[in-house]
Ligand binder design. Structure first.
Ligand code: 5GP
Ligand code: ZN
Length: 139
């Protein structure tokens, strides 16, 4: 897709520090790492976000993220990994070509991931849980 920075990386019109490439996906270092060793895994075909991304690509992206995670544990000696992925500007997406962040984590690093996950938006009653479950249930 024209004017997509990640398509340009796929097409080698702009350089990247490549970690891995196969027929479906590409993994490379994030230009502005939020932790040391921050990697992005992307489909080589342009999809804006999770809403459009074909399942074949999503499967491969997750498998590759797992392999990179294992490698990070081995060679960086990290204790954990966060996978992070944003869809839509309201969710913090800034590059509109699907990407999965692989974030190696070390004790005392500066990422606040777990803190915001632990924040409760609103305590729900049983009926509210049931209503939401019924709304979101998929086949
Ligand atoms: P988002 O905010 O959409 O979840 O993540 C976009 C990510 O892409 C950011 O972490 C940003 O640093 C990274 N990024 C943006 N432009 C480039 C680029 O040209 N090269 C690389 N390697 N990463 C980029
Ligand atoms: Zn693209």
């Amino acid at each position: 897709m024209d004017n997509c920075v990640f398509c340009k990386i796929v097409n080698k019109e702009i350089p990247s520090y490549k970690i891995y490439e196969d027929d479906l996906v590409l993994a490379f270092l994030d230009i502005n790492p939020v932790v040391s060793g921050h990697v992005l895994v992307i489909p080589k075909k342009h999809f804006e976000s999770i809403f459009e991304t074909e399942e074949e690509y999503l499967k491969r992206i997750v498998i590759v993220a797992r392999r990179i995670s294992i490698k990070m544990k081995e060679v960086l000696g990290v204790e954990g990994i966060n996978l992070y992925q944003a869809n839509g500007s309201v969710a913090g997406q800034t590059v509109f070509h699907f990407h999965l962040h692989v974030l190696p984590r070390r004790a005392g690093d500066s990422l606040d991931f777990v803190k915001w996950m632990g924040k409760i938006a609103k305590k729900l009653e049983k009926e509210e849980f049931e209503e939401m479950r019924d709304k979101l249930a998929i086949n």
